[in-house]
Design a protein around this ligand. Structure first.
Ligand SMILES: Nc1ncnc2c1ncn2[C@@H]1O[C@H](COP(=O)(O)OP(=O)(O)OP(=O)(O)O)[C@@H](O)[C@H]1O
Ligand SMILES: [Mg+2]
Length: 211
C-alpha cells in the first residue's frame, strides 16, 4: 500500500492544485507510480493542466484523473506508490473522508491572519473529529517576504500544528509554468525550482522518505 497525500483547504486558490502537481511530478521523476485524483469535477484544474502537459510532450508522464467522490479515488490507493488527492475548494464532508484515509493531509495557506485563521479552524475541526495532529501539516504558499513567512510559522506553531520547512513564494513564473503544463519544479528559473523542490522534499520526508 502506497502513500496517500491529501491537499485540502478552507480557502480557495491557496495552491492545492499547484502543490499536488509538483509532488506528483517529483514522485514520478523518481520512478514512483503516481495518480493525482482531481476531486473538483467542475473546475478540473489538474486534469486540464495534465492535458496541456501531454500536448506539450513534457516528461515524466504520470496519471491525473477526475473523481466525483473521495471514496472513488481512495479505492485506487493500493495500485499506486503515491495517490495524491487534489481536494476541492472549501472544506466539506469530503475533507474528513480524505483526512481519515491520508498518510499526510496538507493544507496550503497564505501567510495573512485572514488566511491562517480559517485554516487553523479547519484543522481544529478535523482533530475534534478524531484525526491525529501528526497527520496534519501546513504548507506556506504564495508568500511575500521572509518576515511574513516567519510570522505565519509562529502563528501556526502557537495554534499547535506543524508546518513544512520551506515555502513557495508568489511568483508569476510559477503560473507561467502551469500555463504550459509544467510543475513548480519545472519553471525557467533554477532558484524557483529549487525552492519548490525543497518544500516538496520536506513533504515527502514527512510521508515516508522514499523520494
Ligand atoms: N506561488 C505562486 N505564485 C504565483 N501564482 C500562484 C502560486 N501558487 C498558485 N498560484 C496561482 O494561483 C491560482 C490558484 O492556485 P491553485 O489552483 O493551485 O489553488 P487551489 O487551492 O487549487 O485553488 P482551488 O481552491 O480553486 O482549487 C492559480 O492561478 C495558480 O497558478
Ligand atoms: Mg485546485
Amino acid at each position: 500500500m502506497g502513500s496517500i497525500i491529501g491537499f485540502v483547504s478552507q480557502k480557495g486558490g491557496v495552491g492545492k492544485s499547484t502543490l499536488a502537481r509538483g509532488v506528483g511530478r517529483e514522485a514520478a521523476a523518481n520512478g514512483l507510480s503516481v495518480k493525482i485524483a482531481d476531486l473538483d469535477v467542475q473546475q478540473g484544474t489538474s486534469v486540464n493542466w495534465y492535458r496541456r502537459r501531454l500536448e506539450a510532450g513534457v516528461e515524466p508522464i504520470f496519471s491525473v484523473e477526475s473523481f466525483k467522490t473521495a471514496s472513488q479515488a481512495l479505492k485506487l490507493a493500493p495500485q499506486f506508490d503515491y495517490l495524491i488527492i487534489d481536494g476541492p475548494a472549501r472544506a466539506s464532508a469530503a475533507t474528513l473522508e480524505i483526512a481519515r484515509a491520508a498518510t499526510l493531509l496538507v493544507q496550503p495557506t497564505g501567510s495573512s491572519v485572514d488566511d491562517l485563521e480559517p485554516a487553523v479552524l479547519t484543522f481544529h475541526e478535523l482533530v475534534r473529529d478524531g484525526i491525529s495532529r501528526n497527520a496534519l501539516v501546513f504548507a506556506l504558499s504564495r508568500v511575500g517576504t521572509d518576515a511574513e513567512e516567519a510570522e505565519a510559522r509562529a502563528y501556526i506553531k502557537q495554534a499547535g500544528y506543524s508546518v513544512l520547512a520551506g515555502s513557495i513564494p508568489e511568483r508569476p513564473a510559477y503560473r507561467q509554468a502551469s500555463n504550459v503544463g509544467l510543475s513548480i519544479t519545472e519553471t525557467r528559473y533554477s532558484q524557483l525550482n529549487k525552492r519548490a523542490d525543497d518544500l516538496i522534499q520536506a513533504l515527502v520526508d514527512r510521508t515516508d522518505g522514499t523520494v
